[in-house]
Write a protein that binds this ligand. Structure first.
Ligand code: NCN
Ligand code: DMD
Length: 558
């Protein structure tokens, strides 16, 4: 479900925008209007203002006058309008007793180490709860908040404190929202993606952006985190000085240097925490181009959930976590945990040889879901895996379109199709490449024309990992097709990716070559799910062990 934040000053039109969004977007389920203003007995001007707001709302909407935003978001379905976060924050500050010392950290409860100890800690805990509830809520949410702080610095300490806390709250909500909108003078402006990693916004800083390509809206462009080239150079020097002939550990040495540059330290830290996210989706063309029926996708989602798929087996062996997200499986899956479907965009993507896979809006939602999945769990290495009958057709089409290659060169046997099906698959890929020709270097239009919600989310995920500076191990042909799109979305993102393995699919080698990536292992695998990437994880760990445990050449006793 889409979740948006609407910011604006007084009388900017933000409330009207939020109500219109709730009214027009025709989502199933009830609409709940959550009024967070505390009662103001005796204030007739305020009462009239509340009444005017009430009259504007359709009678079918349920109004709740409460500051318990977190519990409402946790249990709500349908659509929730939060009016507004700034008043909610005021009540949190009041309840936390912030004003007593204007938040400079006086204790509120001696002796209990697990409890928040200062008013600011209490506020922080409440905001974290809100973010958590926002993320996990099944409802579509539109939250209104005041944009303050553009004027003069408040004269009072409490004024400055409120301004700063509200600014932080708005930023944190924007980080987990699908969209943030700024209203000014009755007009609404879609705000672009964050310029730096969420939680890392620095006031007064001036961010250098990549040149904006004319065909991509700035809102969708990200910037990869910088790589520390000084650390890389030092790592190279120190590795050359270890007790071995220079260069004799080959690729292990290169990987150690690569990791050091990404982590900003030598020796690099052991990538102990690896997180696999499997992106599942069905594809309109699947029934004609695969060796297996489309129903396998839903069945395999359940298998991954039950911990019995190939990726679970490898993850258990290598100490990695696995989660799966259904972006576009063509089935309802009531028997899997709710979070599996938290980013579901639709049931099956359109058949790409004759129609668009997704609407532009669905692309945007799926890309932003992928970006958000990056920051959900703290890991040292991220892996994207794929699952979806027919997805090698989409992958071949994307790779063929971006690289300008003929369908025959990029079409492979996927799950193991026979010659006749390969011939037909090749004509489907050719038609898709042809349809995509006008948009081949426009990542969002490409995803809409011949992608799919799973591909869009994977592209957002891979771009987001680079934006947050988290190393990635790429899997096979499907993930690498999404990586090509991610590189268009966030130019330079590939600096944060290693190619885990080489898939048997012919388009994979071409795409890796284009990205300048060399696969770590070649085990003739063609499964997807993230298995090829995970097969390379022990090599990364070997590279770190080499860096941390070896003696220096200079210490040899000759
Ligand atoms: O990632 C790869 O390189 C790869 C190569 C061949 C097949 N697959 C997996 O097999 C399914 C797609 O194959 P197909 O023949 O149905 O297009 C899908 O579930 C993928 O995860 C994946
Ligand atoms: C059984 C099966 C498992 C898979 N896992 C990823 N793609 C798959 C395709 C099939 C057919």
């Amino acid at each position: 479900m889409e979740k948006i934040l609407v910011l604006g000053g007084a009388r900017s039109g933000k409330s009207v925008y939020a109500e219109k969004w709730a009214h027009e977007s025709a989502r199933p389920g009830p609409v709940t209007y959550l009024a967070t203003a505390p009662p103001r007995p005796g204030d007739t001007e305020w009462a009239e203002r509340v009444e005017r707001h009430r009259e504007r709302r359709p009678a079918a909407w349920e109004t709740l006058e409460t500051t318990e935003v977190v519990s409402v978001l946790r249990r709500a379905s349908g659509t929730v309008i939060v009016e507004c976060l700034s008043l909610w924050l005021s009540s949190v500050l009041d309840d936390a007793g912030v004003w007593g010392d204007a938040g400079d950290g006086a204790g509120v409860g001696p002796g209990d180490e697990s409890a928040p100890s200062t008013p600011i800690d209490i506020v922080e805990a409440a905001v974290s709860d809100l973010i958590d509830a926002w993320r996990s809520s099944r409802a579509a949410i539109v939250a209104v908040s005041n944009e303050v702080g553009s004027g003069v610095v408040p004269a009072t300490r409490s004024g400055r404190l409120y301004r700063d806390l509200l600014g932080n709250l708005n930023r944190r909500v924007a980080d987990v929202a699908d969209r943030a909108v700024l209203c000014v003078a009755g007009r609404a402006l879609d705000l672009p993606a964050p310029l730096s990693a969420p939680g890392d916004v620095q006031d007064n800083s001036c961010h250098q952006r990549h040149p904006v390509q004319h065909h991509v809206r700035a809102a969708e462009l990200g910037v990869p985190a910088p790589v520390d080239e000084t650390v890389e150079a030092r790592a190279r020097e120190l590795i050359d000085g270890l007790a071995k002939p220079v260069g004799s550990l080959g690729r292990l040495e290169e990987i150690a240097v690569w990791l050091a540059g990404r982590q900003g330290e030598y020796p690099p830290r052991m990538p102990s925490r690896a997180g696999v996210t499997v992106f599942a989706g069905d594809h309109g063309v699947a029934a004609e181009v695969s060796a297996y029926p489309p129903a396998v996708t839903a069945a395999m989602v359940r298998t991954v959930v039950s911990g019995q798929a190939a990726i679970n087996a490898l993850a258990a062996q290598h100490g990695a976590t696995v989660r799966i997200r259904d972006l576009a499986v063509d089935a309802d899956l009531p028997d899997v945990p709710q979070e599996v479907g938290e980013h579901k965009v639709r049931r099956g993507s359109g058949r790409i040889d004759v129609e668009d896979a997704l609407t532009p809006e669905q692309v945007r939602i799926a890309v932003s879901a992928g970006r958000r999945l990056v920051v959900d769990e703290p890991v040292d290495v991220l892996i994207a895996g794929d699952l979806g009958i027919g997805n090698t057709t989409t992958a071949a089409a994307i790779i063929g379109a971006v690289l300008g290659l003929d369908a025959r060169k990029v079409t492979g046997r996927g799950t193991g199709i026979d010659d006749a099906t390969l011939e037909h698959k090749s004509t489907v890929v050719a038609a898709a490449i042809e349809r995509a020709r006008p948009v081949r270097d426009d990542p969002l239009a490409l995803l809409s024309t011949i992608g799919g919600a799973d591909f869009a989310a994977m592209a957002g995920f891979l771009a987001g990992a680079a934006e947050h500076g988290i190393p990635v191990l790429l899997d096979g042909v499907v993930v690498t097709a999404a990586a090509l799109v991610a590189e268009l979305l966030t130019p330079g993102a590939s600096a944060w990716w290693l190619a885990g393995h080489l898939s048997v699919e012919p388009a994979h080698a071409a795409a890796l070559d284009y990205l300048g990536l060399e696969p770590i292992v070649d085990l003739r695998m063609r499964l997807g799910e993230g298995t090829g990437a995970l097969a390379a994880l022990p090599t990364l760990r070997s590279a770190v062990a080499m860096s941390t445990r070896m003696a220096a050449l200079a210490d040899l006793e000759l």
